[in-house]
Design a protein around this ligand. Sequence first.
Ligand SMILES: NC(=O)c1ccc[n+]([C@@H]2O[C@H](COP(=O)([O-])OP(=O)(O)OC[C@H]3O[C@@H](n4cnc5c(N)ncnc54)[C@H](O)[C@@H]3O)[C@@H](O)[C@H]2O)c1
Length: 261
Amino acid sequence: MVRLAGKVAVIFGGARGIGLATVKEFLAEGAVVFASDIREPAAQLDGYRHSLVDATDETAVNDFVAGVIEDAGRIDVLVNNVGVHLAKPLTETTLEDFDNIFTLNVRAAFLGTRAVLPHMLAQRSGSIITTSSNGGMMGRPSDPVYNATKHALVGLTKSLAVAHAHQGIRANTVNPGAIDTDMLRSTLASPDDFEAKQHQLVASTPAARVGEATEVAKAILFLATDESRFINGAVLPIDGAKSAGAMPSNRYSLDFDLGVR
Ligand SMILES: NC(=O)c1ccc[n+]([C@@H]2O[C@H](COP(=O)([O-])OP(=O)(O)OC[C@H]3O[C@@H](n4cnc5c(N)ncnc54)[C@H](O)[C@@H]3O)[C@@H](O)[C@H]2O)c1
């Protein structure tokens, strides 16, 4: 039995990476998927309805959502997945950097949710899933303003959950750690550097590897289905235990030994 049969899903930021992996999971489970992005999708999929939408543009977002309602009549699942990274210490962060990243990471989720929520309220059902980060659950020295945007998404999500749970609305975040996508590769300096930088990430992750986009998409899928119907306001780390606590100090060395002790 398919898990999203008859459900209509809207995904912002669905052209590549975690968003595209989510589109694939949703289509495989029978959903009608309306995905959007500022770029064309990295893969063509049967049944994939893609629109070019800048998720920070109020009119474009409202028009896109109105078009989905006109076409499908309802929206059961909203995935706010748009995001960019900014790896700068606070003293090097310009006001323009600050405004740009809050616009991309927070305004986009606000606009998408505000456009979809009235339809979910009218239906008295709906699941909103927002891609935060494990940086939205803890402090990190290298990307404080990115972290602030991801904390903001957690605050928005928990507030939506407590405001609207009695009206059949669920709102949850997924909080990935390092996931091998274009975003991660562009964050880690030049592609040639990827292996060396990836080794640093692996050394600081209890699971001793980076994650795959599909591993995040499968969690988003679970939160989209009725299997998770009593999960609301949750913040779900998908990070190989990185945000769970500190490892033994010898594990942080770059030549760490994974032998069983
Ligand atoms: N990859 C990681 O390690 C990681 C870790 C934690 C959180 N995340 C979060 O996961 C989400 C997806 O990241 P990803 O790694 O798949 O990155 P990605 O860059 O592959 O995907 C982000 C998508 O957002 C789209 N986008 C950017 N600006 C947009 C705009 N104005 N309007 C519409 N779409 C826009 C991009 O075109 C892209 O398709 C982001 O919110 C990111 O912050 C990623």
